[in-house]
Design a protein. Structure first.
Length: 561
């Protein structure tokens, strides 16, 4: 616990020569106000950090490491990569996934630095409140709540549809089964969630390694048909694809630019390594380690996989654009089928099924913790702060459980169209969230600079290459948002759905932000008033226990050691 007396400076009551009593009184009032402001910051930071005693710290380092990894592997890779290849070609998709991977790495670095200093549940929503502006925390918080409320049933529907690969049964049955399992899992000890995600992540990693080895074998001519593809598909049909029938370099560039939407969806959720920070054991070590390794993981599991896909599947393969929603749509399955390998589809489909359910579990955890964090600051009803004896915010979990019923909309053709619109709007909320993270982190960085805080010496962990990479990422995200619906402005390609889903989210956030700001009379914290010092003092006064050094073969473990 931090002592408030540690930040109060002693006041010299003696008057300097030539000064008046009125000047002294004004100086005394200013000193008292400053001391009170520092004391308020200290008490707020202390109260916020006490929430680690409310939750059970059931997430260990290996859980955080693998959860961070699981956020980058899902249907966006197993299924969405096919659409990326078909839209942009092998080189276009490779470049798009590489650029977004680099940009989102700085987002994860920023979240990791703030999360290591202030390990609070709710992630960036809490940091926006503390380090930037309560109105921004309110607006982006409800943006995230909406996103999770729709993405959770979307993952349940995806899991139900995937089962059709083996058996055709009314999807309502599987939607109900998966929804109940997800709610029950979310209400149990967070350690159970951690173990489930750990197991699912291992399955994903093994599948990624396996399909990349398979792709390499096919490329070299080791498949049953003994045809070596090499880089032949980069020559014919070519490294890029003409988008919307527009010929020349413009058409190829537009295809490349359109694929950024696929990459954004694929990387969504990767920033949530601190969303359950208060439930993490030794967060000041586990969170920075997860952040530091995210770049190499993105390269190994995403960029490399996209590159290998481009070697084994031609961009003009008709199966890439099919909408089966099962593993038969995966480019790896298409490559295996073309090479004469028959057992791969069922294996990939089984892992994709666990990926969809795993992603739903992650969304349930993230959504409930963000809602809890908002309730702590008064941005959501206080009832969402309630936790059960296992330290789970059960009211928030039940709240998102009700929205699982949206999954039944897919059983009707007209309702399914509405549900698709909701999903499309959610996809852009990821981009808006990343923009907010960049803004909050830049405020945090310049607050440290204004208060003369040496980040590399005083903070638990300082992200490298700052603020340059964050400014670059922010510029990329803003450009992508502005141009996200460019296809609707091409003659003959207007789409109301695309326009709304591309541009509705940010204006809504701005309206909510302005409305809260005017109603609650909030202000953006001046850099010198951002309460960073109290968290540093808490970090110094509450050191985490030393961890044992890895020995022998344990040093080779790059996943969670």
């Amino acid at each position: 616990m931090i002592s408030s007396s540690s930040i109060h400076a002693k006041t010299d009551t003696s008057l300097p020569p030539g000064s008046s009593n009125s000047k002294h009184e004004k100086s005394q009032v200013t000193t008292d106000q400053d001391a009170k402001a520092h004391s308020d910051d200290l008490e707020a930071a202390t109260a916020q950090l006490e929430e680690v005693h409310i939750f059970k710290q059931g997430l260990h380092q290996r859980h955080i490491q693998m959860i961070a990894l699981a956020g980058t592997i899902g249907t966006g890779l197993f299924l969405g990569s096919g659409r990326a290849i078909a839209t942009a070609g092998p080189l276009g998709a490779f470049l798009a996934y590489s650029i977004i991977g680099l940009a989102v790495s700085s987002v994860v670095f920023g979240v990791g630095e703030m999360g290591a200093l202030a390990p609070l549940n709710g992630g960036v929503i809490r940091y926006a409140e503390i380090f930037c502006d309560p109105a921004l925390a309110f607006a982006n918080g409800w943006n995230q709540v909406y996103s999770y409320a729709v993405s959770i049933p979307a993952e349940i529907v995806a899991a139900a549809v995937i089962i059709e690969f083996w058996a055709t049964v009314n999807n309502a049955i599987w939607i109900t089964v998966f929804a109940i399992l997800m709610i029950v899992t979310a209400l149990l000890f967070v350690r159970i969630y951690g173990e489930l995600e750990f197991a699912f992540s291992m399955l994903k990693i093994m599948l990624i390694v396996g399909i990349n080895i398979m792709a390499l074998v096919i490329t070299c001519g080791g498949g049953p048909n003994h045809v070596a593809t090499g880089f032949s598909y980069w020559s014919n049909p070519g490294p890029f694809v003409q988008y919307l029938g527009i010929s020349g370099s413009l058409g190829r560039f537009l295809g490349f630019w359109k694929t950024f939407n696929n990459a954004l969806y694929a990387y969504s959720g990767i920033e949530n390594i601190t969303v359950a920070a208060a439930e993490t054991k030794n967060p000041r070590r586990a969170i920075p380690m997860a952040a530091r390794r995210i770049f190499i993981r993105i390269f190994l599991f995403y960029v490399l996989s996209i590159f290998m896909v481009g070697l084994v599947v031609p961009s003009n393969d008709s199966d890439l654009l099919s909408s089966t929603s099962t593993a038969s749509q995966s480019p790896f399955v298409i490559a295996a089928r073309n090479a004469g390998i028959k057992v791969v589809p069922s294996i990939i489909n089984a892992v994709v099924l666990t990926s969809a359910w795993s992603s739903g579990n992650s969304s349930m955890l993230g959504g409930s913790r963000i809602l809890f964090g908002m309730a702590v600051h008064g941005h959501a009803p206080a009832v969402f702060k309630r936790t059960n004896r296992m330290g789970i915010p059960y009211v928030a979990v039940v709240f998102f459980g009700f929205f699982m019923a949206l999954g039944y909309m897919t059983l009707s053709s007209s309702a399914s169209t509405v549900f698709t619109w909701l999903q499309d709007i959610v996809s852009i909320s990821t981009l808006v969230n990343w923009i907010c993270i960049c803004v909050v982190y830049l405020r945090f960085l310049y607050g440290c600079k204004k208060q003369r805080i040496d980040r590399h010496k005083e903070l638990p962990w300082a992200a490298p290459l700052q603020p340059y990479t964050t400014w670059a990422s922010l510029a990329i995200f803003l450009l992508l948002f502005i141009t996200g619906g460019f296809s609707t402005f091409i003659k003959g390609h207007w789409s109301t759905e695309t326009f709304i889903s591309s541009y509705l989210n940010l204006p809504l956030i701005l309206v909510v932000y302005a409305g809260y700001k005017l109603t609650m009379k909030t202000r953006m914290l001046p850099l010198e008033e951002i309460p960073i010092r109290p968290f540093i003092e808490n970090f110094r006064n509450n050191p985490e226990p030393e961890t044992k050094r890895q020995k022998g073969l344990q040093r080779l473990n790059i996943l969670w050691s």
